[in-house]
Design a protein around this ligand. Structure first.
Ligand code: SF4
Ligand code: SF4
Length: 261
């Protein structure tokens, strides 16, 4: 496998211009959509089959009663352990030699298992094509040395693309610098290869806890939940069974007692 490529999004540099969102639409030939009122400048509220990159606008109340903005350009995380890939029954979702996760549209049968298996709500179903869609890190561009359109267009370099190991080192230094500047909650999300999902190939520098950005604190593969749920179900079934046997025996005993009287 080639050296893993990744995307590092430093949310502290984002100015909310949404050039990345537009560049993504343009390169991937995604049509415009009916705007959605979300109560902020964010549009849409979630990823859609026509919005693979989404700039989140989060209003955070301050101690003095005023609001401050937290901005984050969100995208498919190209997880090292990808729920979408594991769930796909046709093999349409595959990992490239660069570590990214793609959907082969010709092989997708539209079952939507991947939609419910992504811990981040990234995959969308396209009702026009009957296929699942998501960001590919601009697969055609990165295989021609161009870099994803969003990273190329970002005017503040909030989105950076390159070799994962180099970006992780850079991101660590940026967190340390921000903490020195007083951003006590500055933290990396998804950078640790030993962390949840084996690390994310699109990882983030956040200025607040992940849930503030609508990110799960500890993302899990849905399959892990299935195992726990299955064990709980088996345990519950056993308890019900034991309860039924005890009740039956008790009833049998009291019936016998009644006959003797
Ligand atoms: S973020 Fe979701 S769609 Fe993207 S690779 Fe991970 S599981 Fe798949
Ligand atoms: S292009 Fe860069 S600065 Fe503009 S919204 Fe996207 S990430 Fe933020």
């Amino acid at each position: 496998m080639a050296r893993t490529l990744a995307m590092f999004t430093d949310t502290s540099l984002c100015i909310g211009c949404r050039a990345c969102q537009v560049a993504c639409k343009q390169w991937n030939e995604l049509p415009s959509e009916q705007p959605e009122w979300t109560g902020s400048y964010q549009n849409h509220s979630t990823f859609t089959d026509k919005t693979y990159r989404l700039v989140r606008f989060i209003e955070k109340p301050q101690a003095n009663g005023e609001l401050s903005w937290l901005l984050m350009s969100d995208v498919c995380k190209h997880c090292a352990q990808a729920g979408c890939l594991d769930a796909c029954p046709t093999g349409a979702i595959y990992r490239t030699e660069h570590g990214t996760v793609n959907i082969n549209q010709d092989v997708c049968n539209g079952c939507r298992y991947c939609v419910s298996s992504c811990p981040f709500g990234v995959v969308s179903f396209n009702h026009d094509t009957g296929r699942a869609n998501k960001c590919t890190f601009c697969n055609d561009r990165i295989h021609n040395g161009l870099g994803p359109a969003c990273a190329k267009t970002c005017p503040t370099e909030s989105i950076q693309f390159g070799f994962r190991d180099e970006l992780v080192t850079k991101a660590g230094k940026r967190v340390a610098a921000l903490k020195e500047m007083g951003y006590k909650q500055a933290q990396l999300y998804g950078a640790d290869s030993n962390g949840p999902l084996g690390g994310l190939n699109a990882f983030f520098l956040l200025l607040d806890k992940p849930s503030t950005y609508a990110l799960p604190e500890k993302p899990l593969l849905p399959q892990r939940n299935v195992l726990v749920d299955s064990l709980l179900s088996v345990g519950s079934a056993l308890l019900v069974g034991v309860g039924a046997v005890l009740a039956f025996r008790e009833r049998g005993g009291s019936t016998k007692g009644g006959g003797d009287a």
